[in-house]
Ligand binder design. Structure first.
Ligand SMILES: NC(=O)C1=CN([C@@H]2O[C@H](COP(=O)(O)OP(=O)(O)OC[C@H]3O[C@@H](n4cnc5c(N)ncnc54)[C@H](OP(=O)(O)O)[C@@H]3O)[C@@H](O)[C@H]2O)C=CC1
Ligand SMILES: O=C(CO)COP(=O)(O)O
Length: 349
């Protein structure tokens, strides 16, 4: 590492020598690779299909996932995991949540010792109901202090077009969070740090479920009052749930909670919102899955989140009705999770 003026190492010099790996070349892995490269890191990205890696290397594009986006020259890509991970000083993970465990088992021996491992994912594992940081800690057998999660209002295509946005990097170690935030920042992307891993991670998972609900009512044709009611009550539901698991309420009113909720519920770019809209238009679960060619984490997180909620006695009327629509037991036109069926007058904001 070279020294700057006065013998000090400047931030630019640190960045110049930083080598990072991103596993997963879908829309978010590729966009995050761009964020890191535009922040000065040398980035190696793993694509499971060789043709995707080849396109990134030869044309600096990933046309399957980011049509029209030119990627920085500082991004290398390969479908060979050892090549991508050798010498990485930070490792970012961006595969679908349900495939994380099997992928970690493959890369376990290849991840360099002591480096931060960062989850970019927004799902909960079915069956175990673990958050992604918990799956990472288990499979890699590493201390929580080495793990960070990134979440926030981060629709990939907008960021790939360099529209300014912000995110939260969370780790139980502020040192790890800060090291990641330093890498994951550039003129259009700003990373804030906190130590509320539970809140930051659950924020990203829960907003997907509310976005599916918004998609459903959009598909049915309901208007802004319905959607605003669901977003507002959805935030209450998200906060009740996350706080029951130890999150700080303020995390849920920040970028990883409210911020991401707004972005995902408002945008037609959101895959969760899109999946909901198809349900609202009358397609059943199987038809929706068949039409989605990208990851919609909310669909798979519904069941484990409701199981966790039941365990802690948290009521989730919106998520419950989404589950019913997915199961085909509730007509999307009857969805009104913000309306109480109790005889009591509900208290709330
Ligand atoms: N897109 C976004 O705006 C954002 C997404 N996220 C989160 O990032 C995570 C990844 O999502 P995203 O990139 O959008 O998803 P995409 O559907 O765009 O891409 C998925 C990527 O994972 C690969 N993949 C699929 N199945 C497997 C598997 N079994 N093993 C290994 N790799 C696999 C795909 O490879 P192949 O092309 O070969 O199928 C592709 O590279 C999700 O948790 C999502 O919630 C977070 C913030 C923003
Ligand atoms: O997490 C996201 C935005 O912050 C992306 O949302 P979707 O997965 O619904 O596209």
């Amino acid at each position: 590492m070279c020294m700057g003026e006065n013998g000090r190492v400047s931030l630019d010099e640190v960045a110049e020598s930083r080598r990072v790996a991103v596993l997963g070349a879908g829309s978010w892995g590729t966009t995050f690779a761009k964020i890191l490269a535009d922040g000065g890191s040398r980035v190696s990205i793993w694509a499971r299909r060789p043709e995707v890696a080849r396109e990134i290397m030869q044309s600096h594009r990933n046309s399957d996932y980011l049509p029209g986006i030119n990627l920085p020259l500082g991004i290398d890509a390969s479908s060979m995991l050892p090549e991508v991970l050798a010498g990485a000083q930070q490792v970012y993970l961006s595969v679908p949540s349900q495939s994380l465990r099997e992928n970690l088992r493959i890369v376990r021996e290849l991840i360099p010792e002591r480096v931060p491992v960062v989850s970019l994912m927004k799902g909960v594992e079915k069956g175990t109901r673990y958050r992604m940081s918990e799956v990472i800690a288990q499979e890699l057998d590493i201390a929580p202090e080495r793990i960070a999660v990134v979440s926030g209002p981060n629709l990939a295509l907008e960021i790939a077009k360099q529209q300014p946005t912000a995110a939260v990097v969370s780790s139980s170690s502020l040192e790890t969070a800060s090291a990641v935030a330093l890498a994951a920042r550039n003129p259009y992307f700003r990373s804030f740090v906190n130590t509320d891993v539970v809140g930051t991670e659950f924020g990203g998972v829960l907003k997907n479920l509310i976005a599916v609900a918004i998609g459903i009512v959009d598909g049915v044709g309901y208007g802004e009052n319905t959607k605003a009611s669901i977003i507002t009550r959805g935030l209450v539901e998200m906060t009740d749930f996350a706080v029951a698991f130890g999150a700080l309420p303020e995390t849920m009113s920040g970028l990883a909670g409210l911020g991401d909720l707004i972005a995902t519920c408002e945008s037609p770019l959101s895959r969760n919102n899109t999946a909901g809209r198809l349900l609202g238009q009358g397609y059943d679960y199987h038809a929706v899955i068949a039409q989605m060619n990208q990851t919609a984490e909310g669909i798979t997180s519904v069941a484990p989140i409701l199981e966790l909620a039941a365990e802690r006695g948290v009521e989730m009327p919106i998520v419950s009705q989404v589950a019913e629509v997915l199961a085909g037991t509730l007509d999307p036109r009857d969805i009104a999770p913000h309306l109480t069926t109790d005889t009591d007058v509900p208290q709330g904001e």
